[in-house]
Design a protein around this ligand. Sequence first.
Ligand code: NAP
Length: 317
Amino acid sequence: MESLVVLLLHPMDTYLEQELDRRCRLLRFCWDSPPDRRQGFLRTHSTSIRAVVTSGGSGADAALIDALPRLEIVACYSVGVDRVDLDRCRERGVRVTNTPDVLTDDVADLAVGLAIAVLRRIPQADRYVRDGQWKAKADYALTTRFSGKRVGIIGLGRIGLAIAKRVEAFGCPVSYNQRTKQAYPNYTYSPTAIELAANSDVLVVACSLNEQSRGIVSREVIEALGPRGVLVNIGRGAHVDEHELVSALVDGRLGGAGLDVFEDEPEVPEALLALHNVVLAPHMGSGTRETRRAMADLVLGNLEAHVLKKPLLSPVV
Ligand code: NAP
């Protein structure tokens, strides 16, 4: 695919960048220049760029797609494609790929890790030892058990199912909410997120972001989860009404939260930083060396398949 001109929107992964450089004609999207240089850059290269490589955070909006008349494929280095204008891609006949499956285990591991970290207060316990409080004071305050807790999952897709499988091993009964009821013998379906929250000790958000799931964790859902409930979000920040979440945590109307994603990343609401019932992570669900390599290989494999006119490995559009 030496002749394929690929626009890489921002630095994502060193290996991916090196391989794109080696295998294609790679253009970096003015990474170190002021944003106003980008329009000129696009005008200069618009008739040569045939592929865009983007991330879940950046996506590809209609303005970018429209600025590239020869664009054939948007390869997303994430499974979530909520920031790619899929309708515009369909209209334009632009293919879209993502990186499903290869990241499922790591994201599910993190979801379980966050739930345990919140309930067992692992980060706070670490600080207790480091700060010398264990020696100075006494044993650490008692925490809350994770094993056996009722786990509700919004979105029992690839990642949601992997979470369910893991928490079953902890003796946790699993319920779920999504648009389609499935015939899972071990998992109970809840028709609404509110009902799911009311019957859960730990509520995990693992659905994709779309118009119906935006804000799905509303004030009502948070109230239903209640002062002993824990919210874990490894989906997208926009799934949760963050303002309501923060005020419920501050007021003690919600027991705790483990959050990998936020509404306005990398901004995190200041109030969360002071709370002891919250564990925060910097959108690192898929962030292991093993998975990021596999994601990069999938991006490269999709581009290669496209050039060779073979079936795409993980098509979205
Ligand atoms: P998936 O297999 O497509 O599963 C998505 C699930 O969400 C499906 O079960 C779907 O069921 C459900 N869903 C969609 N719309 C819904 C709605 N309005 N209400 C309730 N459920 C809904 O995707 P996946 O591979 O598991 O990934 C899920 C999401 O995780 C991604 O889209 C991404 O946003 C997020 N993610 C985060 C990280 C991270 O680093 N934190 C990493 C990877 C992925 P129905 O269609 O039946 O509703």
